[in-house]
Design a binder for this molecule. Structure first.
Ligand code: SF4
Length: 456
């Protein structure tokens, strides 16, 4: 089966999603229309196993295609991919973002020392396959050394994208009718110290929102709970365009385990941060990354993590059974048996389902402004998923009334009246200028205000 334009197979984080869009452009420009690009992740052994399986499947289904492998797993251990007969090229994490590295004249495998990279090259992405929201890289790399984590060896030192480049990127995406952008990176709260004037993450966001008044929704991909700067606190308290949804890089809820992970926060810090944010934004929702079965974790320590989810009222749980990564200090610690890791992960996921149900129940019969995604799914400002009773155009902002919960889904119906008015009013009050009602322009002229006008 001939492959027409570059095909991207992306694993891992939102930063990889952003970079895959950059690579699509580079491969296309280099005339690699038949390429299959596998953007790998190294966070867990499972992620690497899945990448190798995807490579073999891609070769079976596309015998003629050029298969190019990149991403953190390829950066950390390129040999495991150059040794695969299915693989044509291997590119490191820095090289993958350079247009010239994609030229056919280049060597088969280019993976340089990522620790030597000092700057983050910036690329203007015009859009994403997913039309609902756009991911923007604002930071890359990490200077921390959490004992379980291999990422710094795949991503290199922390480095920030200059504010001007971020503003240009946001403007380009707003110009392409994106209503929501997500700022992503490896350790976003480390933004700034490598830039002139050392702007903090909060200062950068404030500047971007001031220079792009037309951006309705800004979301952060993750937050280190103890690295929220003063400007960011003020934005959380005062800026309605900063979405009340924060994904915490929590990892555990027991202080001894957090210490052995070399994390910078305690369970008390997490509780204080959640309480403070909730006081400013009562509608806030929290997500968290949690590792189950970290080495030396006893039943009592695990219960501390389990209880913290309830005490902090966390909703969106990303749970990982601990996966030892060769070369990390944690891999040399006394291990918890894999079946116990899995059992603890299953308990946390079940708790996550209960937390989501509680969250949904709180929002039955409410009026919300949601962003439409695919297949009738839409998300509220706090990332609450709702299921519309009719499909809507991806990326469109719609005012809905939530109904009830069916099959664990919170159902909602679109409110047709005043949709444009509300947006215009909000914009007016924010900018003092007559609002640009996004959907007005694309609404069919003379059409009824039913269905089609809202792209539903
Ligand atoms: S902060 Fe820790 S967990 Fe996150 S990327 Fe850096 S080393 Fe890894």
């Amino acid at each position: 089966m001939a492959v027409s334009s570059p095909q991207l197979i992306t694993f891992g984080c939102r930063l990889n999603t952003y970079e895959s869009e950059v690579m699509r452009g580079h491969a296309q420009a280099a005339g690699l229309g038949d390429a299959i690009i596998v953007n790998t992740c190294a966070v867990t052994k499972e992620a690497e196993k899945q990448a190798r399986a995807a490579i073999r499947r891609a070769r079976r289904e596309n015998p003629q295609a050029r298969i190019i492998v990149t991403g953190c797993s390829a950066q950390i251990n390129p040999g495991q991919y150059t040794a695969m007969p299915e693989v044509d090229r291997v590119l490191g994490n820095d090289e993958k973002l350079k247009a010239e590295a994609w030229l056919p004249s280049q060597p088969e495998s280019i993976v340089n020392d990522i620790m030597a990279v000092k700057e983050t090259a910036h690329h203007l992405v015009q859009g994403f396959e997913d039309r609902s929201r756009a991911f923007i890289q604002v930071q890359n790399g990490c200077d921390h050394r959490c004992t379980f984590c291999i990422i710094p060896y795949g991503r290199g030192p922390s480095r920030s994208v200059p504010i001007g480049a971020i503003v240009d990127q946001v403007r380009a995406l707003v110009g392409a009718a994106y209503n929501e952008v997500v700022f992503t990176g490896v350790d976003v709260t480390s933004y700034g110290p490598d830039l002139p004037g050392q702007p903090s993450l909060g200062q950068m966001i404030r500047r971007v929102l001031a220079l792009v008044p037309d951006l309705p929704r800004l979301r952060l991909s993750s937050l280190d709970p103890v690295e929220i700067d003063d400007d960011l606190w003020r934005l959380i308290a005062e800026e309605p365009r900063l979405m009340p949804h924060f994904h915490l890089s929590l990892q555990a809820g027991d202080n001894m385990i957090l210490k052995r992970m070399k994390r910078r926060h305690s369970r008390e810090d997490v509780l204080n941060v959640c309480t403070r944010i909730r006081a400013y934004r009562p509608d806030v929702a929290f997500g968290a990354d949690i590792i189950a079965g970290f080495p030396t974790e006893s039943d009592a320590m695990f219960e501390n993590t389990y209880n913290l989810v309830k005490e902090a009222d966390l909703t969106f749980l990303h749970v990982f059974p601990y996966s030892e990564r060769e070369g990390t200090p944690a891999a040399r610690m006394p291990q918890v048996a894999p079946p116990i890791r899995k059992e603890r992960a299953a308990r946390l996921r079940a708790l996550g389902t209960k937390q989501m149900r509680k969250f949904q129940e709180r929002y039955c019969g409410r009026e919300l402004l949601v962003l439409a995604e695919r297949d009738g799914l839409a998300r509220a400002e706090n990332f609450l998923p709702v299921h519309l009773d009719q499909t809507a155009s991806e990326g469109r902002l719609i005012r809905v009334r939530t109904l009830d919960i069916q099959d664990s889904k919170l159902r909602a119906t679109a409110l047709m009246e005043d949709h444009y008015g509300i947006l215009a009013q909000e914009e007016q009050s924010r900018t003092g200028r007559a609002g640009r009602a996004r959907s007005q322009a694309d609404a069919p002229q003379g059409g009824t205000r039913a269905g089609a006008a809202y792209g539903i």
